[in-house]
Design a protein around this ligand. Structure first.
Ligand code: BV8
Length: 245
């Protein structure tokens, strides 16, 4: 893969780099993205029909089981070279922030440290009524019941029409607005407010880089576009810029 000299020079000199990742960076770990057809049992549902509080209220068992299926997928998945390359990049740059829309913990499992999870994390469970994280429960109902209030438990993820964690979102905005280089990796830029972060970075003068096998609504305004898989282009970029295998 060829990289422009401008991109290589910019990255070598950069002190503040931020990255936004989406489901695409976990695709090579075997986790289906959102816009690909849901496989098997879930083919007949669109994520936006299941990942909402109303869907949970209407059919808590179905939604709980969808997440249990995805939690299984995530537990069996392993970080791929794209995740590891970002963990390497973090070690090379003075101020590096990884903002992810993903809920699969693969960035942390690859060694990334400064990770902002905009949409929560599927391995955590919380009470639907109280919003508090619950680590253990004895209930064997589906969904299980909260040991404190007996309400339903739910995955600790941000559903559509739910607000993002305020601190995470604020830090993400601040990071995007002050980044010298902003990467948008493996995201269709279809979901707000996450998709506004690369635009904010661009508006504040950042060099923006998109990594995706296909073009998105953001492609036209990116400084550099690396067309390809994150698991291939990121390790190559890290090797060429910092000489790391
Ligand atoms: C909110 C967690 C305020 C759950 C997720 C109309 C216009 C604009 C916005 C809205 C609107 N109507 C409603 C909204 C707001 C809504 C929204 O954006 N809707 C969209 C669908 C229009 N947003 C919200 O509701 C957010 N909250 O706004 O709060 C509020 C408060 C109260 C009341 C009202 C509003 C909450 C959004 C968070 C939803 N939760 N996830 C779960 O996972 O189950 S979103 C979920 O979908 C993901 O987290 C992710 O963010 C998104 C999927 O996007 P991607 O990650 O980009 O994945 P996708 O499959 O789309 O794309 C993958 C890409 O990878 C592709 O481009 C592909 O080409 C590429 N790729 C594939 N392979 C590779 C690759 N790239 C690199 N390498 C590869 N190998």
């Amino acid at each position: 893969m060829e990289f422009s000299l401008e991109l290589l020079t910019t990255l070598r000199a950069a002190a503040r780099v931020a990255v936004l990742t989406g489901a695409g960076i976990s695709a090579e770990s075997g986790i289906p993205t959102f816009r690909e057809a849901q496989t098997g049992l879930w083919a007949q549902y669109a994520p936006t029909e299941l990942a909402t509080p109303d869907a949970f209220r209407r059919n808590p068992k179905l939604v709980w089981e969808w997440y249990a299926w995805r939690r299984e997928l995530v537990a069996r998945a392993a970080p791929n070279p794209g995740h590891f390359a970002l963990a390497e990049m973090e070690q090379q740059i003075r101020s590096f922030t990884l903002i992810t829309q993903n809920i699969d913990s693969l960035h942390q499992r690859a060694g990334s440290i400064n990770v902002i999870e905009l949409h929560g994390n599927i391995v955590r469970t919380k009470c639907f009524n109280e919003g508090t994280v619950v680590d253990t429960w004895t209930s064997d109902e589906i969904p299980p019941r909260c040991p404190h209030c007996n309400g339903y438990l739910r995955p600790d993820v941000v559903w559509f029409n739910e607000s993002l964690p305020a601190d995470a979102l604020r830090t993400a905005y601040e990071t995007a607005a002050s980044a010298e280089v902003f990467f948008s990796i493996g995201t269709s830029a279809a979901v707000q407010p996450a998709a506004s972060l690369p635009v904010l970075a661009h508006q504040n003068g950042a060099v923006t880089v998109e990594i995706n096998p296909v073009s998105t609504s953001l492609t036209h305004q990116m400084t550099h576009v690396l067309t390809g898989k994150a698991g291939e282009s990121l390790p190559e970029l890290v090797r060429v810029v910092w000489g790391i295998k």
